[in-house]
Ligand binder design. Sequence first.
Ligand code: 7RM
Length: 658
Amino acid sequence: MSLDPNLPPSEIENLLAEDRTFPPDPDFTAQANATVDLYAQAEADPEAFWAALARERIDWAEDFHTTLEWDLPFARWFIGGKLNIAYNCVDRHVERGLGDKVAYHWIGEPGDTRRITFADLQREVSRAANALIELGITTGDRVAIYMPMIPELPIAMLACARIGAPHTVVFGGFSAEALSDRINDAEAKLVITADGGWRRGKPAALKPAVDDALAMTTSVTHTLVVRRVGDAVDGGTAMVEGRDVWWHDIVDRQDDRHDPVPLDSEHMLYLLYTSGTTAKPKGIMHTTAGYLLGTSFTHEQIFDIKPDDVYWCAADVGWVTGHSYIVYGPLANATTSILYEGTPDTPDWSRWWQIIEDYKVSILYCAPTAIRAHMKQGPQYAQAHDLSTLRVLGSVGEPINPEAWLWYHEHIGGGRAPIVDTWWQTETGMIMITPLPGVTTTKPGSATFPFPGVGADVVDGEGNPVPLGSGGYLVLTRPWPAMLRGIYGDPERYRQTYWSRFPGMYFAGDGARRDADGYLWLLGRVDDVMNVSGHRISTIEVESALVDHKAVAEAAVVGKTDPITGQAIFAFVIPKVGVEANDALAAELRNHVAKAIGPIAKPKFLMFTPDLPKTRSGKIMRRLLRDIGEGRQLGDTTTLADGGVVEAIRASSGSAEE
Ligand code: 7RM
């Protein structure tokens, strides 16, 4: 992590005060899965806590003999145990009489639907597993998955898990080059893909990118291709004889029974690549038993999952959020989920709310970027639908601005549904910092406290805990079951990246502060922190102050080199629909920030823009905004969701203070 040694010791100043509180509703508390004594119980003996849960929640083919072996920074959990995660997510529910329960209500963007029960899933996954075997895939082989949000995506993941072939899912929006990098690093033998998917009312071809990627790789022997868009893509889909196989040709004729392979607790379940700002992407390794326990238990407690809930995590399966909270966690808990292929604005901005009304969705989990996109349009779309079934709301991916939190609470949650702001990472596998609904009094914008059994702290540059009311670096202080087991093929990079900054502690790369009540407030990536005249200011606080203004839909701020102050704050602002963006408004917004936070945080530059550069999971790519602010050439843009955004921003006009 690059930290400027000239900066004053580590403290990130906390300037924005947010002190509204939302205690749990006693009626919710009375029926909640989570109870307050979970914290003390876990803290008394974390290992014993996880061990008891592992025996209670997982169906083992063989029991484990050792809970944890911690050879810092390498952890092994539930040693000696054998299990199959696909069996735990599918078969055992069918065996217990839940075969007819819906696992996924799938909704295609054009309006086609599929209803997949746990019994259907068992048959489909078994067929797919048999097809993988016919294609020569065996336990330990890596399989790349590059698909749109269709039912065959979780089916493919589970089929891999069933035979012990680690999968690596690559976002359908990534380029051929990004795909080939991941295939090469993983040395994948098979690519499971589709001819295309539906996005914003149009078919988007996918298979041509696979063909291009395979020209840059040598490990792949076959591709398995789902027909999703058919003749809607120009000229249909070209198939390479002997290499490319249609899913319907090979999977449909397989036996719909397959005996799940019992695997070691530490068998690699999947690799998921995270793109850092530099160098090559890191293949984050997750293994079987600890991951299954961590995702299923957090899912049940944090979303208060009950047997008749209809749960919707509106993320992409290609993001870790989809792996943990669309596929493995919810299925392990026999939950009924929504799986939606498309975007929230197609055919118009009421799409999500229509789905919630139609399917009586009771739990919604999404990213702040989606909430702000809805806010930008106004609440009228949500208001025209019956959202009264919603009883828990979740947020993930970025700090949620207090203004967006309050909008979510009021317009989506009807002022009644508790909000869980969940902090975690690809590396953590499971949610680590979060409120427990029915237990925690929430504050808009705070992820509150570590989940029971999780050790987290905020430390200064020397690794000492900061006092209440101060900012610093977020660290994790003890191993947890769903933690990454390393970076694929590069143990040294694993040690360096996460375990060298603060000896004995996992450094998450995020800034955080703890308020006077001990609540945790995430401040964004440490790399994004701005330094203005020696004051370390977090991006989120300035952004939240901007979003707090009624004219602003979204904002991103970065530091721009300044001859006098070291860095000056450069704000990119998306106005709400119908707002006229002019110099007077820019001046008003600057003053608004100065008033909310203090003159030190007043943006020197402010630019109105139609959009912001984001990853597919909605994270603002501030690195690219810094390049724009400095007038530099852009760095790596392979993970940008929409390549046109940067040009649109460049075409916008800025305004600077005198
Ligand atoms: C789940 C996910 C991880 C990074 C993480 C943070 C940021 C995620 C929150 C958050 C503030 C949150 N995995 N982040 N959740 N920041 N509050 N509730 O996003 O690997 O893609 O990203 O995302 O910076 O380090 S991820």
